[in-house]
Design a protein around this ligand. Structure first.
Ligand code: GAL
Ligand code: ZN
Length: 667
């Protein structure tokens, strides 16, 4: 898979079915002007291509494909199956999804299909087959784009077809009803099932549902969506071997699907990401998602398949991106491993639900700053072709797991923990320290990392527990937060003292959890304070780094460290305030011998090394001098590390632009 390997891709979703052939010609002219190298074509074109079942109209698409080929623009061709046409819902209303209250959703939006529906899958695969037969050898075709953002709106369906599919999935996982009853702890509340027909999706019930059932339904639903993707992938592989295949997944704080279990089916990982221009820390979350995408692909380059040139259209007030912000955030993707920068969408729609979403070509055309900034970026990316393919080294890994995410946020836990906040609290100090991080599942091979950070891994498999133990034993350094290692993969408590999976590794036991109320705080003997949670820790070999000076457990240990084998395991029994957390992370980085990409940078400047390049990204709204380089507000410098890849200071020459008159200052 190397269609992008000798240049950085630049482009957008292209939806020509919304426009006339004259506009297509204008599009191609403007694409060339903007330096577009690749478009994702026809994502929502099912109803245009197949207007009646089995009757296809490819004429317009033939013409667009030919125009793009003639212009030397690559096509990531959508199979077009993300939004079924009206006839499918009319002829087969059973393909419409049902929510947990039993309400069948109507067509009229998009993604209105039950992922388990054999009728939907057959129709989707049918279209994919036609697309493959028609365009499999077209010179413009470089990549298949299957569906679109699986699970973006419909993550689960609770209909009877899905219920049957869920049963089949459970039979496969547990063998028989005894296995299922044990896994779901059904002796509690008289939930024992004696007939498969009694096994249901977690539909709305009188009160708290069975958590293991909830958890398995999330797993099943992720697999059902994956099965839709795989069904199309299988026919594409057969009909067009050699053409890479992907689908776009989402960089956002929602556990839509277990992407770690999807990754092996992507020939290249493709990320959609819409950081919020109003959020002053949006770039830190974005950095995390970029790191996650790179890591999903095992370090290989990925594509930023969608982002916005300026305003989005669904988080009002939808503020435009200030001058330079599109460039800055696009470079951030490239710095962290993306080999393509693409937008939703090429031309802003005249009608429909998303007409106020920014595009490369606006409602007023191309004579405006959005287009000029995009075109300048296109030219800049083309001058950076030697960045393509470069690897991003990381000494630190952060553990991130979807089953844990689902489980931790179920009802009736000792305190309200949210994975987005918990992961951010661990990732942000690493970002501020300019340390690059890989995002890995708990069962990953950790041997290459100097430090492994584990935010609140409540649910953990035996394999993960063994792996983390072996990692530290072998000389690794671990930083782990409270409420980890508590439950097994069926959400059953690991008995014999908390935290069952890590007691020996951490050299302690936790007697009770003391979650704090909103606004309640506990001081720390190391200075600063903590909130949210306090473990009652009883050391069993661990040394105490800090004790509580207030709150429910004064004088008891709050932060500990345990020398284990050749490594160390540092444990946080609480949530330290931001400053204390940065100190703790800095201390652990020192212990693990992890150096920043560039030391001593001004706050808000992100440094990332990629191959033989050093990216300096100024996220501040003021100018800075960083690593020997002057950076304007929201400016970027890409330094070629010709002499000494380890030191930014020896770098030359630098590439910067940012010579566009600023818009949105003081906003
Ligand atoms: C994505 C989606 C696009 C478009 C975009 C902007 O989630 O894939 O089709 O809707 O968001 O809202
Ligand atoms: Zn269903």
């Amino acid at each position: 898979m190397n269609f992008l390997s000798n240049r950085l891709g630049f482009g957008a979703d292209y939806n020509p079915e919304q426009w006339s052939p004259e506009v297509w010609r204008d599009d191609i002219r403007l694409m060339r002007e903007a330096g577009v190298t690749i478009v994702t074509l026809g994502i929502f074109s099912w109803a245009t291509v197949e207007q009646e079942p089995g009757r296809y109209d490819f004429g317009w698409l033939d013409e667009v494909m030919d125009l793009l080929a003639a212009a030397g623009i690559d096509v990531s061709l959508a199979t077009g199956t993300a939004s079924p046409p009206s006839w499918l819902s009319r002829l087969h209303p059973e393909t419409l999804p049902v929510n947990h209250d039993g309400v069948r959703l109507s067509p009229g939006s998009r993604q209105h299909y039950c992922p388990s529906s054999p009728v939907y899958r057959e129709a989707a695969v049918g279209l994919a087959v036609q697309m493959a037969k028609r365009y499999g050898t077209h010179p413009a075709l470089k990549l298949w784009h299957v569906g679109n953002e699986y699970g973006c709106h419909i993550q689960e369906c609770y209909c009877d077809v899905s219920a049957d599919d869920f049963r089949a999935w459970l039979r496969d996982r547990y063998g028989d009803l005894d296995g299922l009853n044990a896994a779901w702890s059904t002796t509690f509340w008289s939930q024992r099932v004696t007939d498969w027909a009694d096994v249901l999706p977690p539909r709305t019930a009188p009160t708290l549902r069975n958590p293991a059932q909830d958890l398995d339904f999330r797993r099943f639903s992720s697999d059902a969506l994956l099965a839709c993707y795989r069904a199309e992938r299988a026919v594409l592989q057969e009909l067009t071997p050699g053409v890479p295949i992907t689908t776009n997944i989402m960089g956002m704080w929602e556990p839509v699907a277990d992407y770690a279990s999807w990754a092996a089916d992507f020939d290249i990982v493709a990320l959609d990401i819409y950081p919020e221009p109003k959020d002053p820390t949006a770039h830190i979350d974005a950095a995390f998602f970029h790191d996650q995408m790179r890591s999903l692909g095992g370090g290989r380059p990925y594509m930023m398949m969608e982002t916005a040139t300026s305003a989005i259209s669904y988080r009002p007030p939808n503020r435009p991106k200030r001058t330079g912000l599109n460039r800055l955030w696009s470079h951030q993707a490239v710095a962290r491993g993306a080999d393509a920068v693409m937008y939703f969408q090429w031309r802003a729609s005249a009608g429909g639900a998303e007409k106020f979403h920014s595009a490369v070509v606006s409602h007023g055309g191309a004579d405006n700053r959005i287009f000029r900034e995009a075109a300048a970026l296109g030219a800049e990316l083309s001058s950076l072709s030697d960045v393509a393919g470069g690897r991003v080294p990381a000494d630190v890994a952060i553990v991130h797991d979807y089953a844990n995410w689902w489980a931790l946020e179920l009802d009736a836990r000792p305190g309200e923990l949210k994975i987005p906040e918990r992961v951010r609290a661990h990732y942000a100090p690493l970002w501020h320290a300019n340390v690059t991080v890989d995002v890995v599942p708990p069962e990953a091979d950790l041997s290459a990392y100097k430090l492994v950070v584990v935010p609140n891994l409540y649910l953990c498999t035996d394999a993960a527990a063994d792996g983390l133990r072996r990692y530290v034993e072998g000389g690794g350094h671990l930083l782990m937060s409270f409420f980890s290692g508590i439950a097994d993969e069926c959400d059953r408590i690991r008995l014999g003292g908390y935290p069952g999976a890590f007691r020996e590794l951490l050299g302690l036991r936790v007697e009770e959890f003391w979650p704090l109320s909103d606004g309640e705080r506990a001081g720390l003997s190391s200075g600063g304070g903590a909130d949210l949670w306090a473990d009652h820790i009883v050391p069993e070999g661990a040394e105490v780094l800090a004790a509580y000076t207030g709150g429910p457990l004064p004088g008891l240990p709050a932060v500990t460290r345990h020398a284990f084998g050749a490594g160390t395991a540092t444990y946080l029994g609480t949530r330290p305030d931001e400053h204390s957390m940065r100190d703790l992370v800095a201390d652990t980085l020192r212990l693990a011998g992890v150096a920043p990409v560039v030391a001593g940078l001004p706050a808000g400047v992100e440094a990332v090394r990629r191959g033989r390049h050093l990216f300096l990204l100024n996220h501040n709204d003021h100018a800075v001098h960083a690593a020997g380089t002057d950076l304007a507000p929201r400016d970027v410098a890409v330094l070629r590390l010709d002499r000494d890849p380890a030191s930014g200071a020896a770098a030359a020459p630098s590439l910067q632009s940012g010579a566009v008159p600023p818009v949105g200052e003081g906003a």
